[in-house]
Design a protein around this ligand. Structure first.
Ligand code: ZN
Length: 122
């Protein structure tokens, strides 16, 4: 285990990752239903059809976020097993415990994450 975390912290973060994984899997299973394509032949009014399309696109976006998050959780669990958990994938510095506690699946340290977000906005 990464030496900068205490044993308690590392156990706590591992627990968080495991429950996060379960939580995400549950939501993905439920949202499979609402992400189904809208059947335009169904006899529903114009407005409710637009609502249905909107709900569907929100469900799809949420689902894509969840799938990304679930991949990050899996990668973090993999890192955990390989004693690399909490190491930033970009700069190889350690990720602060406070950050991991809030987002245990974080693949990057705060500096790298801000740099990525800045780049994405351009
Ligand atoms: Zn970094």
């Amino acid at each position: 285990m990464s030496k900068y975390l205490t044993l308690e912290q590392s156990i706590e973060l591992h627990q968080k990752l495991l429950s996060l994984k379960k939580e995400i899997e549950d939501i993905i299973n439920v949202s499979n239903e609402s992400a189904k394509p809208v059947n335009l032949d169904e006899p529903i009014g114009r407005i409710s059809r637009m609502d249905a399309i909107q709900v569907q696109s929100i469900a799809k976006a949420t689902r894509e976020n969840l799938i990304l998050k679930s991949k990050q959780v899996d990668a973090s669990l993999e890192d955990y097993r390989n004693d690399r958990y909490g190491i930033c994938r970009m700069c190889s510095n350690t990720i602060a415990y406070t950050r991991l506690s809030a987002r245990p699946e974080s693949p990057f340290c705060l500096d790298c994450q801000s740099a990525i977000e800045k780049r994405a906005k351009r």
